[in-house]
Design a binder for this molecule. Structure first.
Ligand code: LHQ
Length: 258
């Protein structure tokens, strides 16, 4: 069985981290497979949204610590450069929305891969742990970039240092994630969410993502210019024409992602 499951249904690419007996912790194979699957999502026209989740009881416990302790395992110097950083940049640059559906624990790099996604939702029993300080490391996989932007400097600093387990309800309250759903409704609610994302004007969502990616480093003036440029591009899509026509004709829009 592959350590990353992949299936496309109704324009949604379902990517499932699949090492449940190891809480979907990442070994080299899983990290490289995930990168490949993200590349496929970017290039396949039929994919209009990505649903990223974990098999079994957790989302991911981050790096497989048995692999780093193995003298024959990949050297430390390659882990971020070859495994995690390319995953984070692929997710952020994928011109389609990526939904992280977190059931159970998301720890270390597993937490930060979830948190870099466009929409992050969790089941009530899920939790997020910046587990790094517990083993003498620093938050990686974008943790020091996304956390302060999501929840503010002070909370990010405390969570990064203390490595607390943050439950889904608290994560929702502090803005770390978009929403928490009761465990029983999680499957249905996340499928609905993915389906809504897959039917929206995909190119407009890609431009939105591009604008948000740039907002943190831009001045207001630069960001206004970027919005102008991207809006011109959005206005040239078929989905924009359809959006306006459907409004005027008082009917639901049928976006094609074009
Ligand atoms: C695991 C793991 C795991 C292997 C659970 N590895 N087996 C970047 C650069 C360089 C180096 C290192 O890493 C990084 C990025 C990182 O991600 S660093 C952070 C690495 N992750 C951690 O430190 C988290 C370690 N795991 C835990 O603290 C706990 O497992 C948590 C709190 C996540 C969950 O606890 P429980 O729900 O009690 O589950 P468990 O501990 O019983 O785990 C279930 C099984 O999964 C167990 O195997 P076993 O054979 O004993 O049943 C664990 O050994 C295995 N597992 N995490 N990261």
């Amino acid at each position: 069985m592959s350590s990353v499951l992949f299936e496309i249904r109704d324009h949604i690419a379902f990517i499932t981290l699949n090492r449940p007996e190891k809480l979907n912790s990442f070994n080299r194979e899983m990290a490289l497979l995930l990168q490949n699957r993200l590349d496929e999502c970017a290039s396949l026209h039929e994919v209009r949204a990505v649903y990223l989740t974990g098999a079994g009881k957790g989302f991911s416990a981050g790096q497989d610590l048995a692999e780093v302790a193995d003298p024959n395992g990949p050297p430390m110097s390659t882990l971020l450069a070859q495994h995690y950083n390319p995953i984070i940049t692929r997710i952020r640059h994928l011109p389609k929305p990526v939904l992280a559906a977190v059931r159970g624990v998301a720890a270390g790099a597993g937490a930060n891969i979830a948190l870099c996604c466009d929409v992050v939702v969790a089941s009530a029993s899920a939790s997020f742990i910046q587990a790094f300080s517990k083993i003498g490391l620093i938050p990686d996989s974008g943790g020091t970039y996304f956390l302060p932007r999501l929840i503010g400097w002070q909370r990010a600093s405390a969570i990064a240092m203390l490595g607390d387990r943050i439950g889904a309800a608290e994560a929702e309250k502090m803005g770390m994630i978009y929403k928490m759903y009761d465990d029983g409704e999680f499957e249905g609610a996340t499928m609905t969410l993915a389906s809504v994302l897959a039917q929206l004007p995909t190119k407009a969502l890609a431009y939105t993502k591009h604008a948000l990616n740039n907002s943190a480093g831009n001045s207001l003036e630069a960001q206004l210019l970027l919005e102008d440029e991207l809006q011109q591009q959005a206005a040239r899509t078929k989905d924009y024409a359809e959006g306006v026509q459907s409004f005027l004709q008082k009917r639901p829009a049928e976006f094609k992602g074009e």
